[in-house]
Write a protein that binds this ligand. Structure first.
Ligand code: GRF
Length: 193
């Protein structure tokens, strides 16, 4: 794969809200030995809290609201091509990309999901995990395919659920694991390309 900035891979991160995974990816990006160069941060929501991390680190942003999905995706593709983006990392991005977008982008798109996929696809993960009295949960980084939370799994991290855990405490534990897992999964993916 062509990696246009030295040997780092030009990356776009897509967010919709809080942006704690974006923050951890920026931290990774800033390491000398990191394999990515975050060139673009995309949001479907102009008031996404995570956009402050983009501002702080002076990374370009692009907001498109997805009200007209086809138009938003068309404009996004142009942006991605103009910025020579070779990897997309979805990090709490709440819109579902179309099969057409995934096909036209041609390069890998990663997502992080807060459960041990294929279990607990979709929303309200932690609530369902607690309700079912699972012993373990944890994040998964996977390739985005046209089916929700179903693409090839790159890396997972098991987190133990203790008796006193509830939805909130589990979210906190899993999120902490997410922040470590995403950079590792990126490195694993890039080695395999
Ligand atoms: C994370 O739990 C991630 O796994 C899920 O959405 C949440 C985003 O959190 N896809 P943040 O915006 O990165 O803080």
């Amino acid at each position: 794969m062509e990696q246009s900035s030295g040997n780092k891979i030009n990356t776009a991160v897509f967010i919709s809200g809080r942006g704690s995974n974006l923050k951890s990816l920026i931290k990774y990006n800033n390491k000398k030995n990191s394999k990515i160069l975050i060139k673009l941060i995309i949001s479907n929501n102009s008031s996404a809290k995570g956009l402050i991390y983009a501002k702080k680190s002076k990374i370009k942003t692009y907001v498109t609201n997805f009200k007209n999905k086809n138009l938003s995706e068309k404009n996004l593709l142009k942006k991605l091509i103009n910025n020579k983006i070779n990897l997309i990392c979805l990090a709490g991005f709440m819109k579902i990309l179309t099969a057409d977008f995934i096909k036209k982008f041609k390069k890998p798109i990663l997502n992080i999901h807060p459960s041990l996929l294929p279990k607990y696809k979709g929303l309200n993960t932690h609530k369902r995990v607690i309700k079912n009295k699972e012993k373990f949960s944890g994040p998964t980084v996977h390739i985005v395919s046209s089916k929700l939370d179903s693409g090839k799994i790159i890396l997972q991290k098991k987190v133990k659920i203790l008796k006193y855990d509830n939805e909130k405490s589990l979210e906190k534990k899993v999120l902490k694991a997410e922040h470590k897992l995403y950079p590792k999964a990126i490195e694993k993916l890039l080695i395999s390309l």
